[in-house]
Design a protein around this ligand. Structure first.
Ligand code: ATP
Ligand code: MG
Length: 336
């Protein structure tokens, strides 16, 4: 469990982390999201004591990192900075780390295999590609078999096989009951593994939510139905967790809480003709951009670059924006 309370970090005039309050719980993957420069790496560095908070606190299992007697066995961290001596082999690097914590050699061999570094374990780490360096960093993070695993942009530089490996690894670590905290600036990547999300922008907390709630708030999971008898269909579909909206005099209803299949079957049972039955999926990437738009500091210039107005105009994810264009845009977005 990681707990941040009013966590703040200033570098001169710049407030990199601004009063963050959050808790990362065990047993599931928590994604840590935010645009470039949002303060993710700074927060993670403070978790493991590589940076001192200007004010506020952050603890792991109730204690500051430095207070743990065997920190590698408490928190395994992969941070962006490569902290490997280029002249050492992967095996030597891990062995040196293991020796500081009384971790047996056997465990070094285990994590080398786990990270798929078997064939290069005795080569100089300085000659490693970006992806191999990431694998070595992840191997080091897992060395102490820690209850809390914190990885900063772990899929950076990994090939598709490596990306899949990281995904499966994170899921299985969480399933073992560990606390898994993983940063990314790509919502699409995080949404595949994370249950919880902590979203930051310009150092501030923008959302502390679940993937499911974010989708719901963004208007996902809605089904559009068109029928000749909306009033009757509305009565038939009504239920405790079902929400139905529709303009008076319109043939169209928007339903949340039921799937398109359930609605179709119920309409068929009662002989109600449907003209349209469309599930509206929402693009998580779009929801993320909507959430962080105000906080993006480093935007690309030119048409179509970055979170510009073209994206804002393309498709609002709000449940009320009912244009066909939105259905199309959000469906396309879902494929990411
Ligand atoms: N050592 C430092 N000295 C001065 N400013 C810093 C330092 N480290 C980070 N910053 C600034 O703090 C802000 C947050 O940076 P940080 O690296 O934590 O962001 P991030 O969310 O990890 O971004 P990215 O997605 O690009 O990795 C940035 O504006 C950065 O320039
Ligand atoms: Mg970073």
């Amino acid at each position: 469990m990681i707990e941040a309370r009013k966590l703040t970090k200033r570098y001169g005039e710049k407030t990199a982390v601004d009063g963050l309050d959050f808790v990362v719980k065990p047993g599931s993957v928590t994604g840590f999201l935010g645009p470039n420069g949002a303060g993710k790496s700074t927060t993670m560095r403070m978790v493991v004591g590589l940076d001192a908070p200007t004010s506020g606190t952050v603890t792991v299992n109730g204690r500051r990192y430095a207070r743990h007697r065997a920190p590698l066995q408490e928190v395994g961290a992969l941070l962006e900075a490569k902290s490997v001596h280029p002249g050492r082999s992967a095996h030597q690097h891990l062995r040196a780390l293991a020796l500081t914590h009384g971790i047996p050699r056997r465990r070094v061999d285990e994590v080398v295999e786990l990270a798929g570094l078997g064939s290069v374990a005795h080569k100089r780490a300085g000659a490693f590609s970006l992806g191999m360096g990431q694998r070595l960093g992840i191997a080091a993070a897992l060395l102490g078999d820690p209850e809390t695993v914190m990885l900063d942009e772990p899929v950076n530089g990994l090939d598709p096989e490596g990306v899949l490996w990281v995904r499966n690894l994170l899921t299985s670590l969480a399933a073992e009951g560990r606390t898994v905290f993983v940063s990314s600036h790509l919502m699409s990547e995080v949404a595949l593994v994370a249950e919880h999300l902590i979203v930051v922008g310009r150092g501030r907390l923008l959302a502390d939510t679940t993937v499911a709630d974010l989708v719901r708030e963004a208007g996902g999971g809605t089904v559009k139905v068109a029928t000749a008898d909306p009033a009757r269909l509305r009565d038939l579909l009504a239920g405790p967790d079902v929400e139905i909206t529709g303009r008076a005099g319109s043939e169209e209803l928007r339903v949340t809480g039921l799937t398109a299949r359930e609605i179709g079957l119920r309409a068929a049972e009662h002989g109600i003709a449907l003209f349209e039955l469309t599930s509206r999926e929402v693009s998580l990437e779009q929801a993320f951009m909507d959430l962080t738009r105000e906080s993006v500091e480093y935007q690309g210039g030119g048409a179509g670059g970055g979170a510009g107005t073209d994206i804002a105009a393309g498709a609002g994810v709000g449940p009320v924006a009912g244009a066909e264009q939105q259905d199309q845009a959000t469906t396309a977005g879902r494929t990411v």
